[in-house]
Ligand binder design. Structure first.
Ligand SMILES: *Cc1c(COP(=O)(O)O)cnc(C)c1O
Length: 422
């Protein structure tokens, strides 16, 4: 599939008059259409709810768009909980799916009335000691171990992952939780990340539904929801085909009819905690080529760096790049597209075929709407960029200002010399 930016060169030239590059740009129209499609795909399940994985794109303006479609928040840290609270997402609109959880985070999640999703058997005791009781609604995270496979493709390796409980622990957890006063149960698993296939959710659903039926039989627990978590991916590469969310919803419905309904569990709500799927394609990083360098290789130096987008450096992740205004020119050059960090892995692309890039060209780095800005850091004292929203009416709203040196030095308030920085 041809990858095209959701913004034109003319629009970008206008935007850059006010906001210097680099910046993140998000597409309101795309976010809305996608959220609507997800909601429709699971409309067959009356209790369905998406809890947006806040860590993917922790921006209140963007999360508020998703709330128009009934989304809650999936949090896993103190500040993610604080962000949800600040925008009025509280109570059972928060799923607290954390791991290695500090005591104060359980306290705060409980205070907000969030649904707590326990990552480990030992967290039952820890939670009870920490907050003084076991909530009546509670969820457990399951890890079946082994490898997660679709036909011959290994999708991921749950046996190697730190998350969730074994099956035996899960059964024990339900029994202990019931004794301690839990009344409404949930079941959760996240077995593969960034899956670009319509089969992942239905297969995961089958695993979880079958365990839920067993759990209900053996413990008598009232299982009210099953949380398929995140993991639906996006086509980062032009040769990949996008997931069809309707087919995914329909696939889950089929398994639901096959496994849960005959077991008398036709009221179970389906929850999801999607992050990448909700925002990934609807954000891009806009950067300008500021240098070209011809040594043993051909380099284009940008004004963005890995601080703005870490995925290529961290995972060798592919992000498609469009050289704005040169969409139809031949891919006549092979470049490494770099940032300015003193780290040789600070490259948005390696040996990428691109049209000839000139200094001053605007580059759009695609599919950075999730796990992009959020993963940013401050190495080399580089500052994080602004985030902008391209609204449906074509106007642009600043939804997070760029960091300044003052922000960077703010934590040195013990150091007088820096206190007058502007
Ligand atoms: C990261 C995460 C998600 C979201 O994952 P995506 O791959 O962005 O869909 C959902 N749930 C939990 C518990 C997570 O850690």
């Amino acid at each position: 599939m041809k990858k095209e930016p959701f913004v034109t060169l003319e629009q970008l030239e206008e935007i850059t008059k006010t906001y210097p590059t680099p910046f993140y740009l998000y597409d309101e129209k795309g976010i809305r259409e996608n959220a609507r499609a997800l909601k429709e795909a699971f409309a067959w399940n009356p209790g369905y709810k998406e809890y947006f994985a806040v860590k993917a794109t922790p921006n209140p303006y963007l999360i508020n768009i998703l709330r128009d479609y009934g989304c809650g928040c999936d949090c896993s840290s103190m500040t993610e909980l604080m962000l949800s609270d600040a925008i009025g997402v509280r109570g059972e609109d928060i799923m607290f799916s954390s791991n290695d959880t500090p005591a104060e985070e359980f306290v705060y999640a409980a205070k907000l009335g969030a649904v707590i999703n326990l990552d480990d058997y030992t967290h039952i005791d820890f939670l009870e000691k920490t907050i003084g009781y076991i909530p009546e609604t509670i969820s457990c995270r399951y890890n079946p171990g082994g490898v997660f496979q679709i036909s011959n493709d290994i999708m991921d390796n749950p046996g190697d992952s730190k998350y969730g409980m074994t099956k035996e622990q899960l059964f024990d957890a339900y029994k202990v939780l019931m004794k301690k006063g839990a009344k409404r149960f949930g079941l959760h698993a996240f077995l593969a990340s960034n899956t670009v296939t319509n089969e992942y959710y239905p297969m995961l659903a089958k695993v979880l539904f079958e365990v839920a039926v067993e759990l209900k039989k053996e413990t008598g627990a009232d299982i009210q929801f099953i949380n398929l978590s995140g993991g639906i991916g996006i086509p980062y590469r032009p040769d990949q085909e996008a997931n069809d969310i309707r087919a995914i919803g329909e696939g889950v419905r089929r398994v639901y009819e096959e496994v849960l309904v005959p077991a008398g569990m036709g009221n179970v709500a389906i929850y999801t905690e999607l992050g990448r799927f909700m925002m990934g394609p609807f954000g891009c990083l806009v950067t300008r080529a500021i240098h070209e360098k011809h040594t043993h290789k051909e380099y284009i130096g940008c004004d963005a760096c890995a601080v703005n987008l870490m995925r290529p450096a961290m995972y060798g992740a592919y992000h498609h790049i469009t050289v704005m205004g040169k969409e139809n020119e031949p891919l006549s050059h092979v470049y490494d597209v770099t940032g300015s960090l003193c780290e040789n892995n600070d490259k948005f692309a390696i040996d990428r075929e691109l049209p000839k890039i000139d200094k001053g060209d605007l580059l759009v780095i695609h599919d950075t709407g999730a796990h992009g800005f959020a993963m940013g850091y401050n190495y080399n004292g580089k500052l994080k960029s602004a985030e902008l929203l391209l609204k449906e009416d074509g106007s642009v709203q600043l939804i997070r200002r760029a960091e300044t040196a003052k922000d960077y030095f703010a934590t040195f308030d013990c150091f007088d010399m820096l206190k007058d920085l502007v």
